[in-house]
Design a protein around this ligand. Structure first.
Ligand code: NAD
Ligand code: MG
Length: 382
């Protein structure tokens, strides 16, 4: 039996995790959390019968409690409620699938409570990098990637030695606008960006895919998860989303992991690893595909990608700062308050004017995130 606390249960990854739990009877969800949508959380709680639920929005506490009054389920709310879910006594593993920096406090709480982590919430690792890895090492807990690229890298690295890695090659679909010219990008809308060609995901990450900021976040995520320096992490556009990432070794070999674009596979691998229990997902039909393409990304059309990688290389609080700014700009684009090319440009400009400091304390990271948000908001209202 593997008992899980599921942070972000009502989201895209959260729901797919519950599907994996329905496939595999050895998985059980003991705690689950949501952001604001108490009705969705109540429905999931009724279906999966966890021991506790927590909702981030304090206003949603009373209606959620009411909705679950007939069930023996403890109900909590607010940041403290999320932390209680993250530390829920019976759970061995916390699947961290809150979107954005909001996931960092419960993630750190889970690590302090010595829970193994299955990590989807990349923003928390981007912002908290060194601190998260250091605390996980101290607590002796594993951080297993849920992100499909990192799951692929992890699978390719099974049985290999880190010092023999020549290069980590992260593949990217290129997002909804991969084939548009700079001029065409001027008039694209959030509604168009939300039509991702290969994956169905939450809104924030789908916009990050269109700007390719997502791949910049993933480069930083790979740096921390696998301890590989930035010079040895490469991004390639791969429009089919069949090769989920690759590792090149010093002897000249490359290992790749291929599968259909279905997040339930990396979720299951993060939870059950090399057991590889059977699923209903068939392997890709390579003959039907006929070709797999790989291209160098265009940093001119997608300056947000370059800015995010640069933030990673600069280190310290730079990634927390730029991630905070991106959360504001991403939302502004969804609301039609900033044009697509201006978003990537803004990330580059903000980073150029920022001076990072060492990110060795939680408070310093939250301050940098806050500053990124404020600077981005100021830029939007200018
Ligand atoms: P989503 O928007 O569908 O779900 C986000 C979840 O977090 C929801 O349960 C929401 O209620 C909760 N939440 C949002 N804001 C919150 C807050 N302030 N406090 C507490 N809870 C909050 O997002 P998603 O697509 O499921 O992505 C979740 C995470 O997984 C993100 O970090 C994303 O980058 C990562 N990820 C997602 C996918 C994917 O296919 N969806 C793939 C790889 C990585
Ligand atoms: Mg990914």
């Amino acid at each position: 039996m593997l008992e899980i606390s599921l942070l972000g249960a009502t989201g895209s990854i959260g729901r797919q995790t519950l599907e994996v739990c329905a496939w595999q009877p050895q998985l059980r969800v003991l705690a689950m959390t949501g952001g604001r949508d108490w009705q969705a959380l109540a429905k999931l709680a009724r279906e999966y019968q966890p021991e506790m639920v927590a909702i981030a929005d304090l206003q949603a506490y009373a209606p959620l409690r009411e909705a679950l009054a007939d069930l023996p389920i403890r109900v909590e709310a607010g940041e403290d409620g999320l932390k209680q879910a993250a530390c829920w006594p019976g759970a061995d593993t916390v699947l961290a699938a809150i979107s954005g920096m909001a996931g960092l406090p419960p993630l750190l709480a889970a690590i302090a409570a010595k829970k193994n982590i299955a990590l989807a919430n990349k923003e928390a690792l981007v912002a908290g990098g060194a601190l998260v890895m250091e605390r996980a090492a101290q607590a002796g807990v594993k951080i297993s990637p849920v992100d499909s690229e990192h799951s692929a890298l992890w699978q390719c690295l099974a049985g290999e030695k880190t010092e023999q890695i020549a290069k980590l090659i992260l593949t990217a679909s290129g997002g909804a606008f991969r084939d548009l010219s700079l001029e065409e990008l001027q008039s694209v809308t959030a509604a168009q960006a939300l039509q991702h060609p290969n994956w169905r995901m939450g809104e924030k990450i789908t916009i990050d895919c269109a700007t390719m900021v997502n791949k910049g976040l993933e480069v930083i995520e790979a740096h921390w998860l696998f301890g590989v320096d930035y010079e040895r992490i490469q991004v390639l556009i791969h429009r089919e989303s069949i090769v989920h990432s690759m590792v090149a070794f010093q002897d000249g070999s490359i290992k790749a992991q291929l599968a259909q674009a279905d997040m339930r596979l990396p979720i299951q691998y993060a939870l059950l690893g090399q057991d590889r229990p059977q699923t209903s997902v068939s392997p890709p039909d390579l003959a039907a595909l006929s070709a797999l393409h790989f291209e160098i990304p265009d940093f001119l059309r997608f300056p947000g990608l370059a800015a995010m990688i640069e933030a990673g290389k600069r280190g310290g609080t730079a990634p927390a700062y730029l991630n905070g700014a991106n959360e504001i700009l991403n939302l502004a684009f969804r609301r039609g308050e900033i044009r697509f090319p201006a978003l990537g440009q803004a990330l580059g400009d903000l980073l150029a004017a920022y001076r990072e400091v060492p990110a060795d304390q939680e408070a310093v990271i939250y301050r940098a995130d806050q500053q990124g948000r404020e600077d981005a908001a100021r830029l939007l209202s200018a």
